[in-house]
Design a protein around this ligand. Structure first.
Ligand code: ATP
Ligand code: MG
Length: 566
């Protein structure tokens, strides 16, 4: 493509409202433009990258046996009412009415739509398992759309759904999808991890998120430095065992601690380490109150609390609720003398505390010489804290480290949540009606483009991996007014194209400096510059990623480019 005839509006300045590198560079290099908060146009270069990424996804999904279809974004409200999500999805669901005042939603995801489709068309076990997918636009009215394509309100997703007659069949497809996802992200050149995730309200057991490692990621991953173990931090079990010290037990004593509220304040005021302190947090777990105890240097993990009680909602009690239930401030909470109405649970580490410190449920006072079991009772000890860096890895191999990640994909065993709600049944071998078992598998395609840009960039611009680059070669004539240079560049623009290479040809009558700066910004893997030595048939080849340059005779140009692209 000739750049003079293309549409690649580059910007010199960093756009003021773009906070992260990928967002800034995709705007500056002319890949995307914002049309409303969280809503973007893919300009021609952006569209080319998107198509490359989609092609990789299609190849791997097809190879894994999934079949492509395309469902509508506009969905009747009845579907969502049937699953109950019309009421539970909240304001993220974009709702609208047609001219007859009928309610519709713009699909944030397509479980309802596909379940009804398969229900109506598949009646027998002979047609199962079945995996269908689409690459399609999604709508979510996100509270905080940000970071450009990373969190949009209109975005492109690949969503796949599988239907089965048995758990084993679901397990098999889940494994295939997991592998397909690994292939896709590997082919995009990404540094990623598949992490064990929380299955949330849906209640399925197995679920993995695919995370691209990046400092701007919103999720924290706990991974082992010695194995491929990785989990969302809220999910990682703690396997540390705690030794109880054999120091003699002291008497329980209430002491005055005016104004000392946080663990740090109390520990330093009483001259003890945070490990000696018991942190008490009052949670509302569905409709009961639970006092959760963890060691002062640990953080209580609400997902683990939720799982312990098999609850659907876990929230910290408000100051008003705390006052009402415990008759004190949040900062004074403690487990001694707690009434029947409150269940006390504790992390394993608390059991090993000897002569500890805790709040006295009275402003300005703490207990010292606190000993669990002697001074208070605990209904249950469990793993209730967040894993920390330095803890042993839950698989027993190595030590836990933390990293930040951008979630680009999600594989999920749904079970029968939607098939039950939408009555998706089939007849088994004995003619009996059975509920289909389902899995779902998503990739944020437009988010993936931004995640690649986030990982592949330097101070001069984007540095696309060859597999997803908008073009293979950026051909530049230094001086378009020089006949020799222009003719050689024109000639090789044709020849490279005939050789099957995708070439962006900067034939614009711009200064060389402008062309080079734009070229670095756009980030095509190979730059070929036709300049001073055009008359000798010699051009300069530059590798965007390494900065390596070489003078090459045009006779060897195609071979050189092919070699470098590999
Ligand atoms: P997040 O926690 O980031 O909001 P999610 O758990 O809501 O993601 P899913 O419902 O699992 O996401 O959707 C499948 C995939 O779609 C995600 O893995 C992610 O890559 C992508 N995705 C989700 N929300 C957005 C968004 N607002 N903009 C771009 N991509 C998104
Ligand atoms: Mg979300």
């Amino acid at each position: 493509m000739r750049q003079s005839q293309s549409f690649i509006p580059t910007l010199r300045e960093v756009p003021a409202d773009a906070e992260v590198k990928s967002h800034q560079l995709l705007l500056r290099a002319g890949f995307i433009r914002q049309s409303a908060s969280g809503v973007y146009t893919f300009l021609p270069l952006g569209q080319r990258v998107l198509q490359k990424v989609e092609a990789i996804i299609r190849e791997e999904m097809n190879r894994a046996g999934a079949i492509e279809l395309l469902m509508p974004a506009l969905q009747p409200a009845e579907l969502w009412q049937q699953s109950g999500r019309w009421y539970s999805y909240g304001p993220e669901l974009m709702r609208l009415k047609d001219r007859h005042e009928r309610d519709f939603a713009l699909g944030p995801t397509h479980e309802e739509m596909i379940t009804v489709l398969v229900r109506d068309e598949v009646k027998t076990y002979k047609r199962l398992p079945l995996t269908l997918y689409q690459i399609q636009v999604k709508f979510r009215d996100e509270k905080r759309p940000r970071f450009g394509l990373l969190r949009g309100r209109e975005f492109i997703m690949k969503d796949a759904y599988s239907f089965h007659t048995s758990q084993e069949s679901l397990d098999e497809t889940y494994k295939k999808m997991y592998e397909a996802y690994s292939n896709i992200f590997r082919r995009c050149g990404l540094n990623f991890r598949a992490v064990i995730a929380d299955s949330g309200a849906i209640g399925g057991k197995d679920t993995h998120e695919f995370m691209v490692l990046s400092d701007i990621g919103e999720d924290t991953i706990a991974y082992s430095d010695a194995s491929d173990y990785a989990a969302n931090i809220e999910m990682a079990p703690v396997i540390t065992t705690y030794e109880k010290s054999d120091e003699p037990l002291r008497d329980l004593e209430k002491v005055h601690t005016p104004g000392q509220k946080t663990i740090e304040q109390v520990a330093s005021y009483l001259q003890v380490t945070p490990e000696k302190c018991i942190k008490s947090l009052l949670f509302k777990v569905d409709d009961r109150y639970v006092l959760v105890l963890v060691r002062g240097d640990h953080e209580a993990n609400d997902v683990k609390v939720k799982n312990l009680f098999d609850a659907s909602i876990v929230e910290l009690a408000t100051p008003e609720e705390t006052k009402q239930v415990m008759n004190c401030e949040i900062g004074s909470l403690g487990p001694i003398g707690v009434g029947e109405a409150v269940t006390v649970v504790a992390d394993h580490a608390v059991k090993a505390i000897v002569n500890g410190v805790c709040g006295a449920n009275e402003e300005g006072y703490h207990y010292i010489g606190v000993n669990p079991e002697r001074d208070f009772t605990v209904a249950q000890y469990a793993d209730l804290r967040f894993i920390q860096e330095g803890d042993p890895s839950p698989d027993g191999k190595g030590t836990i480290r933390f990293a930040r990640g951008i979630e680009v994909g999600h594989v999920f065993k749904l079970g029968t949540k939607y098939s039950e709600a939408m009555n998706a049944v089939y007849l088994d071998e004995n003619g009996r009606s059975q509920t289909m078992i389902m899995g779902c598998y998503g990739i944020g395609v437009s988010r993936l483009v931004a995640a690649i840009a986030e990982q592949f960039a330097d101070e001069n611009g984007l540095v696309w991996p060859a597999a997803v680059a908008p073009f293979d070669v950026h051909l530049i004539s230094v001086n378009a007014k020089n006949d020799e240079q222009r003719q050689l560049a024109d000639e090789w623009y044709e020849k490279l194209g005939q050789a099957g290479l995708e070439v962006l040809y900067d034939d614009r009558p711009e200064r060389a400096g402008v062309k080079f700066a734009d070229s670095d910004l756009i980030g095509i893997p190979i730059r070929v510059t036709v300049g001073k030595r055009a008359s000798e048939g010699i051009v300069e080849v530059k590798v965007r990623q390494t900065g390596e340059t070489m003078e090459v005779s045009v006779n060897e140009l195609i071979d050189t480019i092919r070699r470098l692209l590999q």
